[in-house]
Design a protein around this ligand. Structure first.
Ligand SMILES: Cc1ncc(COP(=O)(O)O)c(C=O)c1O
Length: 448
């Protein structure tokens, strides 16, 4: 049989990857198995999966209970449609479970296969919500710069990272991007939001969509008063407030949903990733009773929106088992506790290093910023490729993590599985510390 690396080059177009790099260097690693926080590749290298793969393997790798749940459901009913009001028990039970876990007043769920579909659905549902109330001009969607919401049509457009628009453009006229409160103040971010709404006219704006903590933007945790202030503005101007909980949902930030950290209740919430810990694709949108009531009263014909896999029975059965594990093993509390350990470790790394700027974490999602001068936050020259070098140094030390270099920032992102123990957290910190010291030496900067 041909070498897997050669076959990969010939036949596999990788998502969000450089095709040139793949052709030159081959796949970065071909992963064969996973167990807990660890994954192993074809060369028997074992890595700490320090971003839970794509911020999604919340319960860790190798949980046979989920395989059994899928097996059991597939034997009984692998797939059945939910179109035209056909229904089945796994989707009904999962919708009820998600309603129970969601903030107060969010009780009805539309299912999808992932985050992009969920955000596209949220955009379409919010436009439909206004249209059926005789406000068809309320169509524009506001989101944040550096926000990441996916790669389908609407979700590409709400994503605030312009590189994602280069491939095929985006529908500029109906999508607006406002300042993020990163390295800025709540006041400045709120004023720019308010001026945008005033300028565009609230009558033209359907919804604002926001990640409680921006993930792909570089783990940007908002200032404490920001999200409530945004929610107040949305209420004042009659704009729907949608939380993109695709990363933050299901325990990641030390609460079941990210918005709970700021006690802000959205009008709708999108989710994916952690709902099944990535064992099978699944996502959705939970909407408020108010939106649901408007739909019940006024959306009289067929709702012309649905995916073949909306409410997939096997995915729903896996999600139910995954949520059961999150609850039974108190993984939300563990995320909060281990998040504190992670942050303590980051702070120690900062103390010992001369290239670490801000460090932050909320639950088990955190970041370390690399800067030329931590006292002024002066950025490294992009030519130096400091993030890539550090990610490589981490890889060599058996840590898979993720770097963000957008807008001159050099950010290392971490989001290990929620099952991580204190000992494993210590091990992760020690490897990160070692990798950063190595890079410091390489570029000729170090504290001593
Ligand atoms: C916050 C957020 N929203 C949406 C998405 C898109 O999800 P998916 O890749 O499942 O389509 C992502 C993916 O990383 C995400 O981080």
């Amino acid at each position: 049989m041909e070498d897997l690396f050669e076959l990969d080059k010939k036949h596999f177009i990788h998502p969000t990857s450089s095709i040139t790099q793949q052709q030159q260097d081959g796949a970065k690693a071909i992963i064969t198995k996973g167990d807990g926080i660890y994954v192993t590749d074809t060369n028997n290298n074992v890595y700490i999966d320090a971003v839970s793969s794509l911020w999604n393997v919340n319960i860790g790798h190798g949980r046979t209970e989920l395989a059994q749940a899928a097996f059991k459901q597939m034997q009984k009913l692998a797939f059945s449609s939910a179109f035209s009001t056909f229904s089945h028990e796994p989707a009904i039970q999962l919708a009820k479970k998600i309603a129970d876990l969601s903030p107060q007043g969010l009780n009805a769920v539309f299912f999808t296969s992932g985050g992009s579909e969920s955000n596209d659905s949220a955009v379409k549902l919010s436009r439909h919500y206004w249209k059926i109330q005789s406000k068809p001009n309320k169509r524009k969607i506001i989101s944040l710069r550096r926000g990441y919401h996916g790669v389908a049509a609407a979700s590409t457009s709400i994503t605030g990272i312009p590189e994602f628009w280069d491939m095929a453009g985006h529908l500029m006229n109906d999508f607006l991007h406002v300042e993020t409160p990163y390295r800025s103040t709540t006041e400045k971010a709120i004023t720019s939001l308010q001026s945008m709404i005033e300028q565009e006219g609230a009558d033209s704006i359907a919804a604002l969509i926001i990640e409680p903590v921006q993930g792909a933007g570089g783990v940007l945790i908002p200032p404490s008063e920001y999200l409530q202030a945004v929610k107040d503005i949305c209420e004042f101007y009659n704009i729907l407030f949608i939380a993109d909980e695709v990363i933050t949902g299901f325990g990641r930030t030390g609460t079941m949903f990210g918005m709970e950290n700021w006690q802000v209740i959205p009008d709708a919430m999108t989710f994916a990733k952690g709902v099944t810990s990535g064992y099978i694709p699944m996502g959705g949108v939970v909407i408020s009773d108010h939106i649901h009531n408007v739909l019940k009263e006024k959306s009289t014909g067929t709702l012309f929106h649905g995916f073949t896999y909306s409410g997939h029975p096997t995915a729903a059965a896996v999600a139910l088992k995954n949520i059961e594990i999150i609850e039974q093993e108190s993984l939300v509390t563990n995320a909060k506790e281990m998040g504190k350990e992670l942050l303590k470790g980051f702070q120690k790394i900062k103390k010992d290093s001369s290239i670490v700027g801000e460090v932050r974490a909320i639950g088990l999602i955190g970041a370390i910023e690399l800067v030329q001068d931590p006292s002024t936050n002066q950025a490294f020259s992009p030519q130096l490729g400091i993030t890539a070098s550090t990610i490589n140094a981490l890889h060599e030390r058996g840590v898979i993590s993720r770097g963000v270099t957008y807008d001159d920032t050099n950010i290392l992102c971490f989001a290990p599985p929620l099952i991580i123990t204190k000992q494993e957290t210590k091990e992760l910190i020690s490897r990160i510390s070692d990798a950063i010291s190595f890079v410091e030496q390489q570029i000729g900067i170090s504290k001593d």
